[in-house]
Design a protein around this ligand. Structure first.
Ligand code: FAD
Length: 222
C-alpha cells in the first residue's frame, strides 16, 4: 500500500544531513527501527524509491526521518536539500529487520544511527534500563543529534571519530580493543547498523569476543 506524506518541516542536523517532518497517515503503523521506501513526487523521481528509517516513535503523531544527502551520487538523496514545505513523498508499508529487542549495545556508523534514534527514544519513553551507544563518524560535525544523545539519561554514549577532537570524543575505529574496553557483558542484544563493511567487521569482532550471533540485530544493504 502507498501512503502519501506531506513535508511540514525540514532542518539541517549536520552539514549534509537533514531532519524531515511529515504528517502521519492514520493507517501508517510501524515498529521502532523499521524503514519505508520513499519516492519524491516530482517529475523524474516518482519511480526512484529509496529506503529510509522512521526516526520518530511509533506512538508519535508525526513521522520524522533523518536523511544524509549524497550530492555526488546524482541520485535521490541529492534532491533532499531542495525539498520545501508541502512537497509530497510516497511511502511504502514499513519493513526491516532492526526492531526493539530491549536495552543492549547499539553500534552505529554515520547515518546508520537512524534506526537507533527511534528505538532509543521509545526505550526512554518506556523507562527501560540504560543502553550503550557506540557511534562512529568521520568528524565531530558529522555526529547526528549529538546534543540529543547527551541529554538522554537512558543512553551511555561513546562517540568515535577519525581525527582527534573534543574531550568527549574517542579517536580511531570501532575495533576489538575499543569494544573489549567498553563492553562488559556479552549476553545482551547487540544492534549494528552502518555501511556494509563496518557491519561485517563489527559482527566478526563481537563473535570473537564470545557474542552469540543470535544476539545480533542488523540489516543488510545499507
Ligand atoms: C533499510 C534501510 C534503511 C535506511 N535508512 C536510512 C536513513 O534513515 N537515513 C539515511 O540517510 N540513509 C538511510 N539508508 C541509506 C539510503 O537508502 C541510501 O543512502 C540512499 O538510498 C542513497 O540514495 P541515492 O539515490 O542518493 O544514491 P544511490 O541510490 O546509492 O546511488 C545513485 C547513483 O549514484 C551512484 N553512486 C553510488 N555510490 C556512489 C559513490 N560512493 N560515489 C559516487 N556515485 C555513487 C550509483 O552508481 C547510482 O547510480 C537506509 C538504507 C536501508 C537499506
Amino acid at each position: 500500500m502507498t501512503h502519501m506524506l506531506t513535508l511540514q518541516e525540514i532542518e539541517t542536523v549536520t552539514p549534509d544531513t537533514y531532519r524531515l517532518t511529515f504528517n502521519r497517515p492514520a493507517d501508517f503503523e510501524f515498529e521502532a527501527g523499521q524503514a519505508t521506501e520513499l519516492s519524491i513526487q516530482k517529475t523524474g523521481l516518482k519511480d526512484e524509491g529509496r529506503p529510509f528509517t522512521m526516526t520518530s516513535r511509533p506512538t508519535d503523531k508525526h513521522l520524522e526521518f533523518v536523511i544524509k544527502s549524497y550530492p555526488d551520487h546524482n541520485g535521490v538523496t541529492a534532491e533532499i536539500p531542495k525539498l520545501g514545505m508541502t512537497d509530497q513523498v510516497a511511502a511504502t508499508d514499513p519493513f526491516g529487520a532492526i526492531t526493539d529487542h530491549g536495552p543492549g549495545v547499539f553500534i552505529a556508523g554515520g547515518a546508520g544511527v537512524t534506526p537507533f534514534i527511534s528505538i532509543l527514544r521509545k526505550q526512554q519513553q518506556e523507562g527501560e534500563a540504560q543502553a550503550q551507544l557506540i557511534f562512529a563518524n568521520k568528524t565531530e560535525d558529522d555526529i547526528i543529534l549529538k546534543d540529543m544523545w547527551h541529554s538522554m539519561p537512558n543512553v551511555a554514549e561513546t562517540f568515535v571519530v577519525d581525527e582527534p577532537g573534543g574531550s568527549d570524543l574517542r579517536t580511531g575505529q570501532i575495533d576489538k580493543s575499543l569494544l573489549q574496553e567498553l563492553i562488559t557483558e556479552t549476553a545482551q542484544p547487540f544492534y549494528i547498523c552502518g555501511p556494509g563493511g563496518m557491519v561485517d567487521d563489527v559482527r566478526k569482532t563481537l563473535g570473537s569476543m564470545g557474542v552469540d550471533d543470535q544476539q545480533i540485530i542488523t540489516e543488510d544493504g545499507w
